[in-house]
Design a protein around this ligand. Structure first.
Ligand code: 5GP
Ligand code: MG
Length: 177
């Protein structure tokens, strides 16, 4: 059995402050571009929502869409990725900001980046809330990283464990209990 550790790994306030900083970097690089934000479901829904609200304050008004990418059922180790739900928008010729919750082995982000490249995006930038560099299997780095963390299993702020905890406004850690 796993239980949620009482103390947050990253508090709601810490997330707010860090997102404020990240958006300044994003605004510097992306203002004035024909921007489309593509969130990777499901984990990035909360991060994406908060990010675009901050972009709005910085006078950046992207189109927004989502893709649903998953690894083949029960074969996490095989590393094969599959597109469960395509985006609706045409990204041809556009600047795309891919947003994901966490960069772990790197397979999801690499798959999404290649896919959006194939669809004709002009420029692709990648943004993740969390990065676990020690877990990387495929060579990819995100252009914008919220927090670099140790190899712990994180939930909350969109991230789940068996579908639970996505609603937490902060990031917590699961422990055996
Ligand atoms: P990657 O393809 O980089 O290995 O994995 C990325 C996906 O694995 C993330 O989008 C997320 O769905 C899941 N993942 C990786 N690490 C964690 C974690 O610590 N907690 C949760 N809830 N999901 C994780
Ligand atoms: Mg994810």
């Amino acid at each position: 059995m796993t239980v949620l550790r009482k103390e947050p790994l990253i508090t709601e306030l810490e997330i707010k402050v860090r997102l404020g900083q990240m958006v300044l970097d994003l605004a510097r690089d992306l203002r004035g571009k024909e921007l489309t934000v593509i969130g990777i479901l499901r984990g990035s829904f909360m991060f994406t929502a908060d990010l675009v609200r901050l972009l709005y304050i910085n006078d950046i008004h992207p189109l927004i869409d989502f893709i649903f990418v998953t690894s083949y059922v029960g074969t996490e180790s095989s590393g094969e990725m599959r597109l469960l739900r395509d985006m609706s928008l045409d990204v041809k010729g556009r600047w795309v900001l891919i947003v994901d919750d966490i960069l772990d082995t790197g397979r999801t982000l690499l798959f999404a980046k290649n896919y959006i490249q194939e669809r004709g995006a002009e420029q692709i930038h990648t943004c993740v809330l969390l990065d676990k560099p020690s877990r990387r299997i495929v060579p990819i780095q995100a252009d914008y990283v919220g927090f670099s963390i140790e190899d712990v299993f994180v939930v909350g702020y969109g991230l789940d464990h068996n579908g639970k905890y996505r609603d937490l406004p902060y990031l917590g850690v699961l422990k055996e209990g």
